[in-house]
Write a protein that binds this ligand. Structure first.
Ligand SMILES: *Cc1c(COP(=O)(O)O)cnc(C)c1O
Length: 237
């Protein structure tokens, strides 16, 4: 399907999927007193639509994608699945019109112009502000010091700013802890309920630091066949 890199995974193995999901839930429960407040977003990028169906049939209600065309294709095919679609990728303004009919939550708004472009096509849309906790401009995200102003300007655009999102650094999970703590603190101060932090390799540290939303691909579905194959249209994951 899209870009020729999407592979059928776990489709034939719902029991294996449920086992992995249960294991993830146990690991989350070991990190917080309120595991029921941690939403799992199943990140299906790189896998075909059967991954979405698998997640939905196991009771997950949120799926995430990074690449516009891949999301549109899967959301169209999985139209009957009762899931919310989270867009996690770089926001390219020319892709917004195609995405609008499918996206329930824009997780990676880093700049005011991106929010404006979303608001124009989708008034009242639910967004998260991506926070750059790594000080690496290549990875996207708003610098910590600019987050309060961006949140208020996005709210002025009539967007539903539900929370903050961040991506931890590569390397040992502990390296992400200070950034996760900073994002949780900032979300508290700004009275934002959602803290989307933690991926397969670092979700436990993120939950310990107050994540309310983990975005999990590999730990649920196995390794992606080709993380950055040809034909993709987004930024690097
Ligand atoms: C790919 C991706 C994920 C999921 O990554 P895994 O390591 O497979 O869990 C989560 N968040 C973002 C922003 C991603 O790009």
């Amino acid at each position: 399907m899209v870009g020729g890199v999407v592979t059928s995974v776990a489709a034939g193995d719902p029991d294996g999927f449920r086992r992995r999901l249960d294991a993830v839930r146990e690991r989350i429960a070991a990190c917080t007193d309120r595991p029921e407040e941690v939403t799992i977003v199943a990140v299906t990028k790189g896998f075909d639509v059967s991954a979405v169906e698998l997640a939905a049939s196991a009771g997950l209600r949120d799926v995430g994608e990074n690449y516009a065309e891949e999301m549109v294709a899967k959301a169209t095919l999985a139209g009957a699945c009762p899931v919310n679609w989270h867009y996690l990728g770089a926001i390219q303004r020319n892709k917004i019109p195609r995405l609008v009919p499918h996206v329930d939550c824009w997780q990676s708004v880093s700049r005011h112009v991106e929010g404006q472009a979303i608001a124009r096509r989708s008034p009242g849309a639910r967004v998260l502000v991506q926070v750059d906790t790594l000080d690496r401009e290549d990875r996207g995200g708003c610098p910590v010091r600019d987050v309060p102003e961006l949140v208020s300007r996005l709210a002025d655009e009539d967007l539903d700013v539900a929370g903050l999102m961040t991506v931890g650094p590569p390397g040992p999970p502990e390296l992400g802890r200070p950034g996760f703590a900073a994002v949780a603190y900032l979300a508290d101060r700004l009275d934002l309920a959602v803290r989307s932090m933690g991926m397969s390799d670092d979700f436990e540290v993120a939950v310990q630091e107050g994540s309310t939303m983990v975005r999990l691909g590999r730990v649920l579905f196995g390794d992606r066949p080709s993380p950055a194959g040809p034909g993709r249209d987004g930024a690097a994951p």
